[in-house]
Write a protein that binds this ligand. Structure first.
Ligand code: AMP
Ligand code: ZN
Ligand code: FE
Ligand code: FE
Length: 311
């Protein structure tokens, strides 16, 4: 689909001319979006479309955080570079702690890291097997959906429930994605299949192993704030305080928690394209100063690493 520019965005000058991050009363505020999905997982935009939309929103930095894959990152990196937008390769890992699902965002991942690649392939295999299980459950409910239809719609290595939902709509078994989730796919609904999840502590370790920084995604959606101290103690680097589903007061609440635990602040729209209504990109504005701190911390990490190696 080649749609008109996303609604929340206003035309803006090229991001390339961003002044240094020092406070400057004259400069227009600069923003980043560090939580985005493409059709390499369950988003509907390709990386080039997403980068183009980011440019039209005036974003100075973006990260692609597809579920359990970094496959879209090389294309997104190139597209962002051509548009003068800074880019961090990323991924969103589905994890759990004490039985609660939570999502860990990995930033500045070394995409070539062998352990990261092996782990992502395992997570993707789990996702693919789960599609077969969900379809089998639907078939037992006398819904003759075929796994091939879901895989054809997903057309990626990291398929998920939204693809099953889209298949149910396409084949006329449900009128909308919401109906598909409400009747079949939500937790405790008859076609819901839990999937193996890496422990959140292992997810943080994996991100660090791949040279990255780990941030807990959308804490306001998980309602599991009690795990934040344990994650911080385990080396969590950041907290996603800014998110499209966070109200202003939630954002402030998580900013306070991040400060208390010395966590970096991250944020993004969690845009999935047209998957769920209008695209969210541009609607959540992470002040670029937080992105700059992330960049600075990553730079320090690399230097420390090199120092250790030199010794
Ligand atoms: P999965 O990773 O396969 O369990 O799917 C999770 C994804 O499904 C989330 O990242 C959302 O994009 C999407 N999702 C979750 N709940 C809903 C819902 N009620 N309606 C539409 N999409 C949803
Ligand atoms: Zn998703
Ligand atoms: Fe998520
Ligand atoms: Fe997400």
């Amino acid at each position: 689909m080649n749609e008109s520019p996303a609604e929340p965005c206003a035309p803006s000058p090229a991001a390339a001319s961003r002044p240094p991050s020092a406070p400057d009363a004259q400069a227009a505020p600069a923003f980043a979006d560090l939580h985005l999905h493409t059709l390499f997982s369950d988003g509907t935009f390709n990386p080039e479309d997403l980068a183009g939309r980011g440019a039209r929103c005036g974003l100075v930095a973006m990260s692609l955080t597809d579920h359990d894959t970094v496959e879209g990152c090389p294309r997104m990196a190139l597209a962002c570079r051509n548009l003068g937008i800074e880019f961090m390769p990323g991924a969103e890992l589905t994890a759990e702690l004490d039985g609660a699902e939570l999502h860990i965002l990995g930033y500045y991942l070394d995409m070539e890291n062998p352990k990261l690649q092996t782990s992502l392939k395992q997570f993707q295999a789990v996702r693919q097997n789960r599609i077969h299980e969900m379809v089998a459950r639907l078939n037992r409910l006398h819904i003759p959906l075929r796994a091939e239809t879901v895989f054809g719609i997903a057309n990626c290595h990291s398929p998920g429930r939204p693809h099953v939902g889209r298949a149910l709509v396409q084949e006329g078994f449900c009128a909308s994605l919401d109906e598909a989730f409400d009747r079949f796919l939500k937790k405790n609904r008859p076609a819901y299949v839990p999937k193996f999840k890496i422990s959140a502590l292992d997810a943080i370790a994996l991100v660090h192993h791949a040279g990255g920084l780990a941030s807990m995604a959308h804490p306001g959606l998980n309602r599991s704030d009690d795990v934040i101290p344990a994650l911080a103690a385990a080396g969590l680097d950041g907290l996603e305080c800014f998110h499209s589903k966070h109200t202003a007061s939630m954002t402030q609440y998580y900013l306070d928690i991040a400060a208390r635990h010395h966590l970096l602040v991250t944020g993004g729209s969690d845009c999935h394209g047209y998957s769920k209504g209008k695209p969210l990109i541009g609607g959540t504005k992470l002040p670029a100063v937080y992105y700059d701190r992330l960049k600075e911390r990553h730079g320090q990490g690399i230097e420390n690493c090199e120092l250790k190696i030199a010794k």
